[in-house]
Design a protein. Structure first.
Length: 293
């Protein structure tokens, strides 16, 4: 259970939904002390939650929220899901990147999959303790879920007091990439935070140029609703948000593998298939591979 799964799962549990949490490193602590969430929307503590150290001990589940880092998608995730999915299970991938749903569907052809695009600043700063700093909305893009089940899922998030909305699947993935691809990698490459990148004129322009590369790639792949106006909106939003270190920067600082494949390599390759190059982001990808080594 990380900062994302803990936050959204905690809000759903607080709203009365039956939620089961998978926790490895802080399992014993959470079992004894529950889950605490500090949030500008109101702090709360769930003293007793359903928590497990192994997915093999969990019940079959109607909805599975995945907040794992994508570096675990091709080996760990399929095995984690195997004991808990049934024929009508829906998996919500609250993860960053392009191509996630395609790859999971290839492993589980009958699985109902939804893309979860979280716009949130949230960190896990102690065992069983999540600090929600800012934002918190979530867009849901339906990849392969029956409409009736999707409607129930969306309502669950709304009932938990979350700002949730349905968005077209492919648009949702590329819309999130407009922010993620520039800021995740640039904070790592330059060892900085979002606010400092935007305060410097040179890096501010570079961030904007990278955003426009993502929008150009999305347009080339048929997502014509993304325009420069959205890049302008993302720049303004980041100007107004608290200084922030994205998840890739935190992973790098703690010497954990970075999510380079789905955040950079895959979208760059998908764009190249339709004849669109992303030179500035390809350079950033190469720098991240160097730093990862």
């Amino acid at each position: 259970m990380g900062a994302i799964g803990g936050f959204y799962g905690g809000r759903l549990a607080k709203a009365g939904r039956e939620v089961h949490f998978l926790s490895h490193s802080d399992y014993q602590f959470v079992l004894q002390n529950g889950l605490k969430i500090d949030s500008p929307d109101g702090n709360f503590h769930l003293p007793h939650i359903n928590v497990y150290q192994n997915s093999k001990d969990m019940p079959k589940t109607d909805v599975i929220i995945v907040g794992l880092k994508t570096v675990k998608n091709r080996d760990v995730l399929p095995e984690l899901l195997r004991p808990i999915v049934h024929k009508d299970s829906t998996v919500v991938l609250i993860q960053n990147g392009i191509g996630l749903e395609d790859d999971l569907q290839a492993i589980y052809p009958g699985l109902h999959i939804v893309a979860g695009l979280a716009f949130i600043c949230s960190v896990k700063n102690a065992p069983g303790h999540i600090h929600h700093q800012d934002f918190g909305s979530i867009n849901l893009g339906n990849y392969s879920c029956p409409k009736e089940q999707f409607a129930i899922l969306l309502q669950d998030f709304l009932d938990a007091g979350l700002q949730a909305a349905e968005v077209p699947y492919l648009e949702a993935r590329w819309r999130k990439a407009v922010w993620n691809m520039p800021f995740n990698g640039m904070t790592v490459a330059l060892n900085t935070s979002t606010d400092k990148l935007l305060k410097n004129p040179a890096t501010r322009q570079l961030i904007y140029d990278q955003m426009m590369e993502v929008i150009g790639a999305a347009n080339a792949l048929g997502v014509d609703t993304l325009t420069s106006a959205f890049a302008d909106k993302m720049m303004q939003m980041t100007d107004e948000m608290v200084p922030y270190s994205p998840s890739m920067k935190i992973d790098y600082d703690y010497h954990r593998p970075m999510e380079i494949y789905y955040l950079y390599s895959r979208p760059i390759a998908e764009a190249k298939k339709v004849g669109f190059d992303m030179p500035k982001l390809a350079m950033l990808e190469a720098e991240l591979h160097f730093l990862q080594k």
